[in-house]
Ligand binder design. Structure first.
Ligand code: SF4
Length: 256
């Protein structure tokens, strides 16, 4: 009798330990849910206009940008987009959102720049032509084009304002009678390469910085946008004040 009781007690004790271990594991390992991560595209154009492109997502687990191909081999991936998909997203199992996320300041401290920055950034080399910059700013609807060195590190930005300022600051054409053109003709101002037009990069922003830091920087410095860099110092994106406003509006329940 005593032997049977003891065996039963051991069974109950083992069962209790299993329940306890599961509860402890659940407490340590936060609940996971599948979330959609926007794919960011970096286009790099050389002087001939040939483009190379990279696709990355901001990975919370790794604290930085990873190639979409890395996600394809990751056990946390639910689905990975095929090349060429528009508005592509990686579905990834990540930590479940907690209810107090609706507090804007708390949310801004727990959301990363790499999660809010725009999906696309266009980069050119320092010798990119005026026409290439014009095409990118007008046709592709980019706020700014990033000028990069051979390691994809930012050295400057070119916006429409930079191009207008450059034209305004050109010396006036020689108006001596010998060089005057007939009525209806004018001299085109000389148009230079990106490195002569750009505003040098004064400040970059790490992709793993909280968005609260970015809001402070944009507001204090009066920047309309900031260049976002990865751990190797290479450009991974651009964050504009408008991106932050859209992100906040979405969290407050306003759809675009
Ligand atoms: S799928 Fe893997 S590598 Fe990709 S974002 Fe999720 S955790 Fe990171």
């Amino acid at each position: 009798m005593g032997g049977r009781t003891s065996a039963r007690a051991k069974e109950l004790l083992a069962a209790a330990r299993r329940v306890n271990a599961a509860a402890t594991a659940a407490a340590i390992e936060p609940a996971l849910e599948a979330v959609s991560l926007p794919v960011h595209q970096r286009l790099l154009l050389d002087a001939a206009g040939e483009a190379t492109s990279s696709r990355t997502v901001f990975c919370r687990r790794r604290g930085g940008a990873v190639d979409v191909e890395t996600c394809a081999g990751c056990s946390h991936a639910v689905s990975v987009p095929t090349p060429g998909e528009r508005n592509a997203e990686v579905r990834c199992m990540t930590q479940k959102e907690v209810p107090h996320k609706r507090d804007a300041s708390e949310l801004a401290m727990r959301t990363y720049v790499g999660e809010v920055m725009r999906r696309r950034v266009a980069c050119v080399r320092a010798d990119a032509s005026w026409e290439m910059l014009e095409d990118l700013l007008l046709d592709e609807d980019d706020d700014a084009v990033i000028v990069v060195d051979a390691h994809s590190r930012p050295i400057g930005t070119v916006s429409e304002s930079d191009m207008l300022r450059y034209l305004r600051d050109q010396p006036p054409p020689d108006a001596s009678p010998a060089t005057m053109l007939e009525r209806g003709f004018h001299v085109e101002p000389s148009r230079q390469a990106a490195h002569e037009i750009m505003t040098p990069v004064a400040q970059t922003m790490p992709e793993s910085a909280p968005i609260s830091f970015a809001i402070g920087l944009l507001a204090q410095k009066g920047f309309s946008h900031a260049t976002v860099v990865g751990t190797d110092g290479g450009v991974v994106g651009v964050l504009s004040a408008n991106d932050v406003v859209c992100w906040l509006a979405q969290r407050l329940g306003y759809e675009r």
